[in-house]
Design a protein around this ligand. Structure first.
Ligand code: BGC
Length: 382
């Protein structure tokens, strides 16, 4: 046994990786090769796996169902680990009704008004699942699909490739869309997401990730005392159905001004029509840097009590900051307690909602021969 273990370690060291912890092969940097185990079985018999990986002090658990981040653990200023993302313990709970906890979102992150758009003169009606509008791709978006997951180790990085092919006409969208999402944990403990997609017909695409963050720890109560900074001078106001009006409004002098860090709760109860529509913050911030080839830092979230921080860098032009307004005390999370309004928040990097109907917004059209590519990096500190 001991000999075998030494052989494994010697082989791994030769390949640039080192010893074993908790069943995974560990890197010199503290990373370990992804380990797969059965999480549950869907009604149609499809098996759902849970992948565990770690690197640079970050521990990530990902489901093949929805590419869902089931748990993301990081240390506080004293080195104490907590899961900082909301989720469930069983596949049945995810299937029964998850508000997109930790999931990959596609084909179109956030809303498309009335589920309609016209592309190259052809009108498309997509699946409507949020009042009269489409939210996060339709009733069976990418969050409810089983992805092919393949682990990798590359130098000091560890990660997962997630593949899903969305057939022509799925949820009403034109074109067969081949999607590849790469989750990488770097030796610094950053969680990087690279999205790629190609199509065989002109279509619209807007992919994102829907982690519900609570840096004090899942099930530790409200995030209203978290400090948030967003590098955006404008946001996209919405109508009562949360569809952007098309205006890019200045944040200056409004509750939407997060250019200097302030707590999430500071202005959340200000009597402002936009906060009434969203029942809190549920808006797209127009990032000052616009679309960029490389990820640029755009937001910082900090929990003063634990010292944990999250920094987000992205190539995307928009950020949906959603303050967990529709958590209504109806779901029991992985920690065994009930989630209530404000128990977590989402920071979804994206193109703007309803872009297919807003010619002045950055385009979300993807054509045959083009490759959709965006990157978002989550860095953690304490
Ligand atoms: C949307 C919210 C929605 C939430 C989860 C967010 O991205 O902006 O309106 O309730 O996702 O369902």
């Amino acid at each position: 046994m001991e000999l075998n273990r030494r052989t494994v370690i010697a082989g791994a060291a030769a390949a640039g990786i080192a010893a074993t912890t908790l069943g995974g092969t560990a890197h010199a940097s503290g990373g370990s090769t992804p380990v797969k185990k059965l999480f549950g079985t869907l009604a149609d018999g499809t098996k759902v796996h849970l992948w565990s990986l770690a690197n640079g002090g970050t521990r990530l658990k990902v489901l093949s169902y929805g590419g869902i981040v089931q748990s993301l653990e990081i240390p506080d200023r004293h080195g104490r680990y907590r899961n900082v993302s909301l989720g469930f313990d069983t596949i049945e709970e995810y299937v029964a009704g998850s508000p997109y906890f930790g999931a990959l979102i596609g084909r179109y992150g956030n809303r498309i008004g009335k589920g309609r758009f016209t592309l190259d003169g052809t009108a498309h009606q997509i699946d409507v699942n949020d009042g009269e509008n489409t939210l996060h791709g339709g009733a069976r978006g990418f969050d409810k699909r089983v992805w092919d997951v393949e682990p990798f180790t590359k130098g000091s990085d560890v990660g997962l490739y997630l593949h899903y092919t969305s057939v022509d006409g799925e949820m009403g969208y034109p074109g067969t869309l081949k999607v590849k999402v790469t989750y990488t944990l770097t030796r610094q403990g950053d969680w990087r997401i690279d999205y790629e997609a190609t199509t065989d017909k002109a279509t619209v695409v807007n992919l994102t990730s829907h982690v519900y963050w609570n840096l004090a720890g899942e099930a530790s109560g409200s995030v209203y005392d978290h400090e948030l900074e967003i590098a955006a001078s404008r946001y996209t106001p919405v109508d009562s159905g949360l569809i952007p009006t098309g205006e890019l409004a200045k944040v200056a002098g409004t509750p939407f001004d997060f250019r200097r860090a302030k707590t999430v709760g500071e202005d959340i109860r200000v009597a402002h029509q936009q906060l009434l529509y969203g029942q809190g913050f549920d808006h797209n911030w127009v990032l000052d840097k616009g679309v960029t080839a490389k990820p640029v830092p755009v937001a910082t979230l900090r929990d003063p009590s634990s010292g944990r921080t999250l920094r987000i860098a992205t190539t995307e032009p928009g950020l949906q900051f959603y303050s967990g307004n529709f958590l209504e005390g109806t779901l029991v999370g992985s920690g065994g307690t009930v989630y209530r309004q404000g128990d977590a928040l989402c920071l979804e990097t994206q193109h703007f909602p309803d872009s297919p109907n807003k010619p002045s917004f950055p385009s979300t059209v993807l054509r045959p021969g083009q490759t959709y590519r965006t990157t978002t990096v989550h860095s953690f500190g304490r």
